[in-house]
Ligand binder design. Structure first.
Ligand SMILES: C[S@@+](CC[C@H](N)C(=O)[O-])C[C@H]1O[C@@H](n2cnc3c(N)ncnc32)[C@H](O)[C@@H]1O
Length: 209
């Protein structure tokens, strides 16, 4: 069976590609490889997630320039690196289970000159983050890793948000966005669909206003 993008396989051949992509108004140079998610271009869901987060990020930076952001399941880094580049005072943590993706994220952070602003860690969902809390958690969750992993990504955010922190997740309708919304509504006092775009839902959850 073909390797999944969330599996570690150091034996997998390399096929590196480098492309330019603009996210959050920042022109980025991104290198990808075989064995990582969406290696030919930045995933459309990721683009929708970042576009939908733009106003929230700007509002957050206006009141707290040194806000903290978690890129959960960072892959080669388009989310965390664009947030760090757009907001030079923000502190961004990026986690993933795929070591090849993490290595690319380190390289991409360096090439895009945000290495000092980002912390990149191997972590199964939130496990390496113990008691850390974030003003914003952004995630394009690994649907192919199964419902239990997606559920953990969405629900365990509760323990990792600051008082007014928010979690934003992108999911397609056909990948269970409506049931993910119900789950968020059970677990968080506030949860809603922030945006819909071509079958992609941006789900937003927070513990308090
Ligand atoms: C849909 S991809 C998104 C990647 C990247 N954020 C992007 O937008 O291109 C989901 C990522 O979650 C990672 N992942 C899978 N299971 C995980 C887990 N249990 N904990 C942390 N990351 C995981 C995968 O390796 C993959 O990089």
């Amino acid at each position: 069976m073909a390797n999944q993008y969330f599996e570690n396989d150091p034996e997998l051949d390399h096929q590196r590609e480098t492309f330019d992509f603009t996210l959050l108004g920042q022109s980025l140079q991104l290198t990808t490889d075989r064995g990582v998610f969406s290696r030919s271009r930045v995933d459309y869901g990721t683009v929708v997630l970042l576009n939908s987060s733009a106003a929230l990020l700007a509002a957050l930076a206006a009141i707290k320039p040194d806000f903290t952001c978690l890129d959960l399941g960072c892959g080669y880094g388009p989310v965390g690196i664009s947030v760090a580049k757009a907001y030079p005072q923000a502190q961004v943590t990026m986690v993933d289970v795929n070591q090849r993706a993490l290595d690319l994220a380190v390289e991409n952070a360096r090439v895009n000159q945000v290495a000092d602003q980002v912390t990149i860690l191997a972590s199964q969902a939130y496990t390496a983050l113990t008691d850390q809390r974030f003003d914003l958690i952004l995630t394009n969750p690994p649907v192919r890793a199964g419902k239990a992993v997606v559920r953990d990504f969405l629900t365990s955010g509760q323990q990792h948000l600051t008082d007014q922190g928010q979690l934003l997740a992108v999911l397609q309708k056909k990948q269970g966005a409506p049931s993910a919304l119900k789950l968020l509504q059970e677990k968080y006092p506030l949860a809603q669909v922030r945006q819909r775009d071509k079958g992609y839902y941006i789900l937003q959850a927070q513990m308090s206003w």
